[in-house]
Design a protein around this ligand. Structure first.
Ligand code: OTD
Ligand code: ZN
Ligand code: ZN
Length: 346
């Protein structure tokens, strides 16, 4: 009998679903594993107003496979123009959070915030409404080395926000460094973080040694091995309750990644849970996977625990070399290679 793990059905607390044909291509992967997902608003143009988010939610629901009860949880893209009134409107409409993209930080972030500290009334309104601020935690200053941008964000942006609005719930998204892990561990319980499969399983050698690997290029960029080890310790250690599953699965067509100026983003939704299982097994902490994947995030967001279960078995699967992506193709994480775990049922 292969080793078996039964978990409460997980949630993906950070997901890029795109729109149109791309949405139709990637949504079934997530809907098959996850009960719910927090949907990132970085469409072109971004999802800024409540009406945009509700229309996007309808398009997601229309693209779901027949019979799926997957629930998309919608976010709004914070801009320099987001007012406290928009926050109240968002709360009433069931929007789950606001997303901070420092202007220019990542894919489709041109409309992002130029100086978050000019938005204090809006942040206070979010704090009072209990709506979390989700942060892409990298500064965008061209003088700061790309490998140092997350650590600099803690000092220059995150600490000042927390000082001004101490009760605000904040999710430090897709953390990649020992500095970020330590900061979250030492912060109060209204501060939490998501961690992606690629940042738990890969380091910057996987991006650059033996040839450049465009499919391992994402933002924040992969870091050195000591940081990966710190992340594994964080998600399995004494403060593990502050960390939860957020894949940051971010599909781009093959030709926009394999070119002279390739897009950032790793697609992992096809095998999200299996990839996390590998990481937790590597850390000798498979017993901590259920809390990370299915409990910590829901608790932080004040959502009920999912009642269904999902079963993982230690059975090797081979990942296809590519998937259809509208009229284009999509290269998934581990394309053409093996993963030691498989999902049997959801
Ligand atoms: N990172 N790519 C994308 C988003 C994320 O920063 C992120 O959340 C994307 O393509 O939307 C990426 O590398
Ligand atoms: Zn981001
Ligand atoms: Zn993202």
């Amino acid at each position: 009998m292969p080793q078996t793990l039964v978990l409460p059905q997980p949630d993906d607390m950070h997901l890029h679903l795109r729109d149109g044909d791309a949405l139709k291509a990637v949504l079934p992967f997530t809907a098959k594993q996850m009960a719910r997902a927090i949907i990132m608003p970085n469409l072109k143009p971004p999802v800024v107003r409540v009406a945009d988010a509700l229309a996007y939610r309808q398009r997601i629901q229309a693209a779901l496979p027949e019979g799926s009860d997957f629930q998309p949880l919608m976010t709004l893209y914070l801009t320099d123009r987001t007012t406290p009134d928009w926050v109240h409107e968002a709360k009433s409409a069931g929007i789950i959070a606001f997303k901070l993209y420092p202007a220019g930080a990542t894919t489709n972030s041109d409309a992002g915030v130029t100086n978050i500290l000019l938005l204090l009334p809006t942040l206070h309104a979010m704090s009072e409404a209990g709506l979390p601020l989700l942060v892409h935690g990298e500064v965008t200053d061209s003088n700061i080395d790309i490998f140092d941008r997350e650590a600099a964000f803690i000092e220059r942006v995150l600490k000042p926000i927390i000082k001004q609005v101490p009760q605000l719930k904040i999710v430090f998204e897709h953390i990649t460094t020992a500095e970020a892990a330590k900061f979250v561990e030492n912060a109060s319980d209204n501060i939490a973080a998501t961690v992606t499969p690629q940042h738990l399983l890969l380091n910057r050698n996987d991006l650059l040694v033996g040839g450049i690997r465009p499919h391992h290029y994402c933002l924040p960029v992969l870091k050195r091995e000591s940081h990966r080890q710190a992340l594994l310790t964080a998600v399995t250690g004494k403060f593990a309750h502050k960390f939860f599953l957020g894949t940051d699965s971010a599909p781009h067509s093959q030709h926009t990644k394999e070119c002279a100026c390739g897009c950032a983003g790793v697609f992992s939704a096809h095998a999200a849970l299996e990839l996390y299982a590998e990481a937790f097994e590597q850390a000798g902490a498979l017993d901590k996977l259920a809390a990370f994947a299915s409990q910590n995030g829901a608790r932080f967001y004040g959502l009920p625990q999912n009642s269904g279960t999902i079963t993982l078995v230690k059975q090797t699967q081979t990942i296809p070399p590519c998937f259809n992506f509208g009229t284009e193709s999509l290269i998934p994480m581990r394309a053409g290679e093996e993963i030691a775990w498989s999902v049997v049922s959801a």
